[in-house]
Design a protein around this ligand. Structure first.
Ligand code: HSE
Length: 338
């Protein structure tokens, strides 16, 4: 039996407990053992939850922790503490991975445990491990991704006449949006995600502050109608390409595989010099898909107790060169994805 703890009983944390419960036999088949949620920690005083992280990190039964709290604190302090105790941490927290991922990965390596973050980008889509392993030998020339489920949900629903506010409210009710939805609609969440992906494929640490960031708050219903009239759709993209990294709304021609990625779905096109275009597609937000990605990391950690899984983050060096931004074509409101 592998005992784990979940930090944060929000949408994703609750989903992790549910996925582990529902997929017990599949987990047993791949892991050869059961996973048991021994503790759930939450800062709120809820029945059955613990509020003191020390109870968890001082329990020698605990081998893996899922950090699904979001935000920098107390997630950073708790993750740091767990890794120092040799407990692996699996997270969906892109803000923390972006801000402290390199440091936390080094601590994990020093203490023979792992810091994994599959759920931090693309919700349920396996993207971190494929980039880290399957295409590690490739020279990646571009990543262009619809990386925020909330924005994609809003833009898709505006096509059918819903207002921005109405669509955002629905995304919040469905559990897609961040606690502060400004992080979604102003592009910061996408900026963090493209910074994480670019870091994985370049060996340099891009941080979210280096990503030129535009959101979707200035997009009007008329923009959407105009795009449709030209056989294009408007999507918020995170783009990394040799020499630049940005988050902005783009016009996507109907010929692109990203054109038809709608609602909460994310799509990530990765281009390598040898493999050419790869397309990753799936639910980019939501309780069970995101939890499924966390559980995939838990299984990896459970198979590698007392071992560090190299997440390709510990040795990243900060990007020092200036990051360029492609201009919006003259007379246009949006860049076009070519
Ligand atoms: N708020 C995020 C989104 C959650 O809508 O994509 C998943 O990272």
């Amino acid at each position: 039996m592998i005992n784990i703890a979940i930090l944060g009983l929000g949408t994703v944390g609750g989903g992790v407990a549910e996925v582990i419960e529902k997929n017990q036999s599949e987990i047993k088949r791949v892991l050869g053992d059961n996973i048991h949620v021994k503790y759930i920690l939450d800062i709120r005083d809820l029945p059955g939850v613990v509020r003191d992280i020390n109870i968890i990190v001082n329990d020698p039964d605990i081998k893996v922790i899922c950090e699904t709290m979001g935000g920098k604190e107390p997630a950073y302090t708790y993750t740091h503490l767990a890794l120092e105790h040799g407990i692996s941490v699996c997270t969906s927290n892109k803000e923390l991975v972006d801000a402290h991922g390199v440091e936390l990965s080094r601590i994990a390596r020093e203490h023979n445990c792992s810091y994994l973050f599959e759920a931090s980008v693309g919700g349920g889509i396996p993207i971190i491990r494929p980039l880290r392993e399957s295409v590690a030998h490739e020279k990646i020339t571009r990543i262009a991704g619809i990386l925020n489920g909330t924005c994609n949900y809003i833009l898709t629903n505006m096509k059918s006449g819903k207002s921005f506010d109405e669509a955002l409210k629905e995304a919040q009710e469905k559990g897609f949006a961040e606690r502060n939805p400004a992080a979604d609609v102003e592009g910061h969440d996408t900026a963090r995600k493209i910074a994480i992906l670019a870091s994985l494929v370049t060996g340099k640490k891009f941080s979210y502050e280096q990503v030129h960031c535009e959101g979707i708050t200035n997009i009007t219903q008329q923009d959407i109608i105009d795009a449709q009239a030209h056989n294009m759709s408007i999507k918020l993209l995170g783009v990394y390409q040799d020499g630049y990294i940005l988050t902005a709304p783009f016009l996507i021609p109907a010929s692109s595989p990203l054109y038809g990625v709608n609602d909460v779905f994310n799509g990530i096109m990765v281009t390598g010099t040898q493999v050419d275009n790869l397309m990753f597609y799936g639910r980019g937000a939501g309780k069970l898909p995101t939890a499924s990605a966390v559980v995939s990391d838990v299984i990896q950690c459970a198979k590698n107790i007392n071992t560090n899984i190299n997440n390709n983050f510990a040795d990243l060096q900060p990007v020092s060169d200036l990051v360029k931004v492609p201009e919006v074509p003259e007379g246009q409101k949006f860049r076009i994805l070519v």
